[in-house]
Structures are given as C-alpha cells and as structure tokens.
Write a protein that binds this ligand. Sequence first.
Ligand SMILES: Nc1ncnc2c1ncn2[C@@H]1O[C@@H]2COP(=O)(O)O[C@H]2[C@H]1O
Length: 486
Amino acid sequence: MEVCYQLPMLPLDRPVPKHVLGRRGAICITSSSGLFGGPLPRQLSKRRGAVSYDSSDQMALYIRMIDVRLRAQTGNTSEQSERDEWKDRQQHTNFCTDFRTLQSLTDTVTSEVELQPVRSTLSIHKNLQASYYHRNDTHDIHPTLDQEYIKQAKCMLQKVGSWNFDIFLFDQLSNGKSLVDLTFHLFSEYSLIKLFRLDVLKLRHFLVMVQEAYHSQNPYHNALHAADVTQAMYCYLQEPQLFESLTSCDILLGLLAAATHDLDHPGVNQTFLIKSSHHLALLYQNSSVLENHHWKFAVSLLRESGLLSHLSSADRQSLEERLGSLILATDISRQNEYLSEFRAHLDRADLRLNNSQDRHFILQMALKCADICNPCRPWHLSKLWSHKITEEFFSQGDIERRRNLDLSILCDRNTYTVGKIQIGFISFLVEPLFSEWARFSETPLSHIMISHMTSNKFKWTHPPQEKMGETTQSTSKTLSQGSLGS
Ligand SMILES: Nc1ncnc2c1ncn2[C@@H]1O[C@@H]2COP(=O)(O)O[C@H]2[C@H]1O
C-alpha cells in the first residue's frame, strides 16, 4: 500500500480547492485495503492515477498518496549508487536551499514504494496513446515541498544560460520533468510562442509526449540527456555570432532538434540493431538507423500534438525536413564528414551567417557539440555522464553475451573501464570537434569548455590508483576509427 498521509478533511459541499484539483491523476491506489481500515470502495480500488473528484468519488478528497513515479530517484542498483554519489554531491553544492533535507525526505518515500517499470528495452513505437493526456503534471511529494521544489526550479531557470547549470539537480526539482519545464521555459524566453502563434496547451502536450517517449530506464539515452543537450544548445544559441544572426525559425528548430534528437532511443546502438536484425535496421537500410527513427518519431509527435497545424503545409514540410537534417547530423559515425567540412570552411573563412545554408550548417555543428559536450562540463557533472554512458555500453554487452552475439566495441565490462573509454572518447571525438568550434566561436564559453575538457581528461588519465594498461591503446584505436555509436 502506498498511502503516506492524508490531506486535511475538506467539507464536501464546497468547491474543491484548486491545489487539490491540480493533483488530478496523482492519486495512486495499488492495494485493495484502504486508508480507513476496511477495503476501499470498489470504484477506487483499481484506479491507479485515475481518481476523479466528482461527487460520486468524494472519498478521494480525503486521500492523498505519494506518486511512485519519482523517476529521477527510482530505478536499478546503478541508480542507487548514483544516488549515493548524488547525496555526496549535495554536500558540496552551493545551491541556495539546503537540498539535503528534501533529498532525505524523498529517499524515505522511494524506499517505501514498489518500483514501477515504465517500458521495456526495445519497445520502440509502443505506448503512444491516450495516457499522455492524463499524466500527473504536478509535483507530488508534499504540499510544502512541492512549493519549495517549484521555487527552486524557477530559481535555477534564471541561470539556465550558465555552463555550470546542474541538470541533475534541476531534474529532481522538477520531479523528473526537466525536459518539459526547461524547453517550455526556453520557448517563452525567446518568445517563440508568440512569434509562431503556438497554442500553449499543444506545446505542453507535445513536450510531455517528447519527455515520455524517452526511455527512463536507459542509463544515458533518456530525457535527462535530451534536457542536458537542450540546455547546452541554448548556451550556444546565446553565443554572440549565433545570437546576432539566427532567425526565430533557426532558434525554434535548434531547440526542437535538441529536445527530440534521441527520441525513443532503445539504449543499444546501431550495430546491435543491425546484428539482431531489428526492423528499424531493415527499414533504414542500416544507415543512420537510430537518427532516422528519432527524426520520424519527432515528426509524428509534432503532427499528433497539432503544434504546427496552423502553419501552411509548405512551411510545416520545410520545418520537418530541416529538423531531420539537424537530427541526422548527430550520427556520430559521420563525425569526420561534418568535421572536415567545418574545418575547410574555417580555413577558407567563408562562412556567412546571413546565408541560410551556412546558418543551418552552424546549427548542425552546434547540435553535434551539444550532443557530446558532457566531457566539457565541470568534473562533478561530467563524471556522472561518463558513468551513465558506460553503464549503458556495458548493459548492451551483457545482452550480447546472453544472446551469443559478438560483443560490440566498448561494451565488454571485462575489458574496458570508465576512464579508458573517456580518454579515448575525449581524445578522438571531443577534442577535435571542440577545438574547431573554438576556432569558430572564440568566446569565454569556448575557453571554459576546453578548459574543463582538458582537466577532465587529465583526471581520467591520472586516476588515484588505477594503472593504465594496454586496453587504453586499443580503446583509442577503436575510437579513432569512428566506430563509437555505430
Ligand atoms: N562521455 C562519453 N563517453 C563515451 N562515449 C560517449 C560519451 N558521451 C557520448 N558518447 C557517445 O557519443 C555518441 C553520440 O551519439 P549517440 O547519442 O548515438 O551515442 C553517443 C555515445 O556513443
């Protein structure tokens, strides 16, 4: 039974206060025994997240249960260890609230409840239906905590342009809805709602669908990564060269692409999809399989939400195509292609940002940087991402081992370590990209990113006790061949 406490009794003849109505869908009943000692009335006993407040259900007014979907905090054992690290980190944060208190309260809550699987791995295309309309959109931990969390989340958004922005903390404060809250905020910040005459309800519906289409059980490729990429993209859009030349349409596309660029990622890479004869590999003929899927999925959500339905079909089509071209650029196996073109432009100094094609190319490069910028974040954030991606690689390796498939590169937990993977990744993919970006955008932000990247690499290269062996060389060789993620 997941009951934790009761709301104060409310007189039945008065309208339900707004703060209670706002919690529609937050009530979870998973057992047939009730709060009141006896069994719950039948109409309430099986309605997980669906208790309504009309007069026939008045009893619901007296019940408040904790929503178990504290997604940033539930999960598997690795998330458990991350939570320990998280707590550790809280002690060093200079954030203005004593978040440790909130943290310990929510930990108590999660330990009492049963963990709910959200969606199984490789469940591409599933669960896209009506449930989105009835999701719990509120912060359901405690009325007072709700307010504290919301206040702190709002406070954090004032610094959304900071490269030190802690997306993990923001995700906790927004109850696992960082992608929705952050993207909505950025749309407002740029007045995109007004400029494109967007319906705010459709926008919110679209963003909730986007958030939900990410697999929360993936250690790395989940909505939090998308939120992180969106925040990084915002930082790049704010860079003087881009800010002065980008149109509202470029900005709209940049943010949309960042938020949707890994939609419905199954937590395994393209190589796995090909060797396991996944239908998407067949559909996209083994070429940018995941990126094509992310794009098409994004288009389907745009259409389902009707967010752009008021635009002409030509405009809609052009937006969808440009969105595709941005998302496809994130295919890491094509990194060298993009990088060579970027380098050539910089050598010739011929990028003209009043030209729409050049602006689009720069948006592609910005999204590519945002996608793999985690080694350029401050160490405490970067390290968390490194552990997350390694966990995802290794779980893919475990699946391959169980299925007697050849182990994909970097996915063998008996051969690689987090540090070795990071050194190779930074040396062969991140450094080359960010050094070109810094040539294009010689700003304090570029300087900060390169400086974090250098010091993070140094930390991985000089771990307190780890001996660096031959594996490092083989990792480096693999990464230099651009085989990551493909
Ligand atoms: N910190 C990291 N360490 C190693 N690989 C990474 C890291 N961050 C991102 N990647 C890889 O970069 C790839 C970018 O494209 P994908 O999201 O398909 O898959 C991503 C991972 O394979």
